[in-house]
Design a protein around this ligand. Structure first.
Ligand SMILES: [Zn+2]
Length: 152
């Protein structure tokens, strides 16, 4: 399942990317171009009440909650999503690009020295080149996701 989030849903888009879902997000995009993303077989996520009714109802989900965690929780429950743990952290949260494993020697100078010496698994975004590595935040996010899925 693929998504496109409107410009009020940047945090939700990041969370979906963390779970591995292909999610487009642009901070500036006209309503027309946003609605056109539904043609790419994407479900549109929006907080804009004016868009409701402009497109087939099954193509657009109106997000009611303000809090990004609640937004994700509601969406997971509404769509009955079963996020695949193997896909967690497989996508760049910044640009939606897929992450590819890279060797430690390939990221010399691209990550802080203390990270490079302490970590042996790195991945690089195929879209923007950002380097990712497992760290304390990944543990925390996995816990949050676990909690989220248990609640729903
Ligand atoms: Zn990227």
């Amino acid at each position: 399942m693929k998504f496109a989030a409107d410009r009020m849903l940047g945090k939700l888009a990041k969370q979906l990317r963390t779970l591995g879902y292909d999610t487009l997000y642009f901070s500036t995009l006209s309503n027309e171009r946003f609605l056109a993303l539904a043609d790419e077989d994407r479900i549109l996520l929006s907080r804009n009440t004016r868009l409701v009714g402009k497109i087939a109802p099954e193509k657009l989900i109106f997000v009611e909650a303000n809090d990004p965690k609640k937004q994700l929780h509601d969406l997971v429950r509404f769509l009955g999503l079963k996020p695949d743990p193997n896909k967690f952290f497989s996508r760049c949260t910044v640009c939606n690009g897929l992450l590819e494993p890279v060797k430690p020697q390939d990221v010399v100078g691209k990550v802080p020295d203390h990270i490079w010496t302490g970590v042996n698994r790195f991945s690089e975004c195929s879209g923007c080149g950002r380097i990712y590595w497992p760290g304390s935040h990944t543990v925390r996010i996995r816990e949050e996701i676990g909690e989220l899925l248990n609640k729903s």
